[in-house]
Structures are given as C-alpha cells and as structure tokens.
Design a protein around this ligand. Structure first.
Ligand SMILES: [Zn+2]
Length: 351
C-alpha cells in the first residue's frame, strides 16, 4: 500500500534466516522477484475495502497456488489497513507452518514498508501486539521447519506480480465473504482483535463533527450563514475564530448569522419597534444594508473599500476572508453603530 525506498535492513529479527529485502525501486523489486527461483513463495496483503479491513496470504508452489487464507478484521472504523498487513503476514506464516515439508529459502512478499519496519521495532507502537503474535507464529514455524529460511521481501503493489495481485484480491474478498473457517486460522487470531485506538479516536471525532453539523443545519442561523459561506462550519473557520480577539470573533459570528443588534433582527425578536435603519430611515437595517448600502456610513465604507480593495465590496468575502477582517472591524468601529453593545472595537492585532 505504500512505496518502499529503504535499503536492505541490517536488524534481522530472529527466525528470519533469509533476511529482509527492501529494494530501492519497484523495478528492482520486480526484477528480484522474477529472478527468485524458490519453489515455495508466499504473498500477503492487508486491504481496506467496502468499509472492511481484510488480510490475506497466498502460498505458491512451483508457480501455482497451493493454499490461501483470509481474515476479516472488522470495520474500517475499528481497524487500520496496517493492522491488516500484520495479520496477513501471520496468515502467511500459518500457510508455511501447515506444509508437510518446508526447506530452503521461502520468500514472503509484503507490499507495505511500515509493516516490514514494525516487525522488528523494539519500542511499542500502534498494533504492537500483532508483531508479538507474528514472532510467536514465526517461532512455531521455525521449530517445525528447521531447514527453512524465511526471507521478507518488499513487494510493491501494481507491478504485475501474480502472487501480489492474488493476495490483494483475496484480502478484498473478505469484505463480502468474511474469514476462512476458524480452525484454519492461527489460534492467536481466534479472539476478536482489539480495536485500533487511533482509528476509534478518529471515528469518534468524525461522528462528533457529523452530529455538530446536523445540529448546526437545524439552527436558525444556518440559513443566513449558508448564504455567506456554504462551507461553514469548517475546520478552517474554527481555527481562524480561535486566533481572533473574543470581541472580534463574536462580532464576526453575529454578522455572519444575522443575529446582531441591527434593527431588522432586533425587531424580529421584539426588541425594536421597527426594522428600519435608524441612520438613514430608508431601508430595513439588515447586515447587507448596514455594511454595503446605508448612505449614513458612505464615507467609512469608502475608506474600507480603498484599504481592502475589491474584495471589500462583496459582503460574503468581507465576512469570510481573513485578510479583509481588519478592514471590516475598522468599518464597524468607525461607523459607531455597535458602540452601545460592543463598546470600542479595537483594531485587529497583526498575526
Ligand atoms: Zn441606513
């Protein structure tokens, strides 16, 4: 699932007599595989497909598939493809263990360099328990086949290696057809695998965000803000808000949502007798009128447009583009309209 670029690794875990080979390029990897005349070869893969994480291994003897094994780890909301790669390798070892006789060099092709590195990592990392299982399985294999040397080989995907494609296909099959029968799986994998902490955290945040977006879409402010920025609420927006002075952030949010002490809104909530603009007495005092049209603020608006450029003529840009916020707050401050509620509006500090 990723590209490999490391060289032949020096730290070889116990039991991998053939070593670990990560070539520098896909072409080299393909050449090395094609030049390898071992009778038995194993290919493994982990895959995220149709919402499920699957793992598989295929064992070839003399160029033909001799055995295959697959396992569905569970939902992508609970597991990572990386864990799938680890399980695929354990299944690969199981296929070798089952062989009546296994000797000489047996290469095991893996398309994920992180999995290859993690295999001999000493520090606990994500899914570390899987590598413990891998080493237990490896010990069983080498106890049974003492004349065998395992070679772990980086085998990038999509370079037209038959065994690789087969393992990839088999891992995807798990989404629909599930795992091989339990008795065909190594006993360490019979129990349900623990959920990946990072995936569960990500899933939780994604769901929280979805729920927040739903609440937001039902809120009265949504309709107004959607006209200004259809992407709200976005991460970028929240980040921008968090960097602003509290008074500025509050003003901006109120301008965007239309819930601001201007007569149109105040009248709606029965806090003003009329929606009409108290400055020009001509139109309803909406955010658009106040910011863009009211003749009473013509001079201040002119200064804002001179300083902010063309973008400052467009209300939605003015309320969403951070580079225009300083001009926006200056306009509000100089217009004096919000004084009774917000007091003095400070200039925006330079960021
Ligand atoms: Zn007016």
């Amino acid at each position: 699932m990723d590209s490999g670029n490391s060289g032949r690794t020096d730290q070889i875990p116990t039991g991998i007599g053939g070593g670990v080979s990560c070539t520098h390029s896909k072409e080299q990897a393909k050449e090395e595989e094609e030049g390898d005349k071992s009778r038995v070869k194993v290919f493994t893969d982990g895959s995220g497909y149709e919402g499920q994480v699957g793992a598989a291994a295929v064992l070839y003897q003399d160029g033909a598939v001799r055995s295959r094994r697959r396992m569905r780890l569970g939902s992508i909301w609970h597991h990572t493809v990386y864990e799938g790669e680890g399980v695929g390798m354990i299944l690969g070892l199981e296929l070798i263990r089952e062989e009546q006789h296994a000797n000489g060099m047996i290469p095991m092709g893996i398309d994920n360099t992180s999995a290859i590195t993690a295999m001999h990592a000493i520090k606990p990392g994500p899914g570390h328990y899987l590598w413990d299982l891998f080493h237990q399985q490896l010990k069983m294999v080498t106890d049974r086949h003492q004349d065998m040397d395992l070679l772990i080989r980086w085998m990038p995907g999509h370079i037209d290696i038959k065994g690789n494609e087969e393992a990839d296909k088999e891992a995807k099959v798990t989404a629909k057809h599930g795992s091989s029968p339990n008795q065909k799986l190594p006993s360490q994998l019979w129990k349900m695998l623990p959920c990946s902490k990072s995936v569960v955290q990500q899933a939780f945040h994604a769901k929280l965000k979805q729920a927040a977006a739903k609440v937001w879409q039902k809120s009265p402010q949504y309709k107004q803000m959607k006209q200004i920025d259809s992407m709200l609420p976005s991460d970028k927006f929240s980040k921008q808000m968090s960097k602003m002075l509290c008074k500025h952030a509050s003003l901006l949010f109120q301008l965007q949502s239309g819930h601001i002490p201007l007569n149109k809104h105040l009248h709606q909530i029965q806090k003003a007798d009329s929606p009409t603009c108290p400055c020009c007495h001509q139109h309803n005092e909406t955010v658009m009128h106040y910011m863009m049209h009211c003749p009473a603020h013509k001079n201040v608006r002119h200064k804002m447009i001179q300083a902010g450029g063309r973008g400052a003529r467009d209300l939605s840009k003015l309320l969403t583009e951070p580079k225009l916020f300083a001009h926006l707050f200056q306009f509000i401050g100089h217009s004096g309209c919000m004084w009774s509620i917000f007091g003095e509006i400070p200039d925006q500090p330079t960021q």
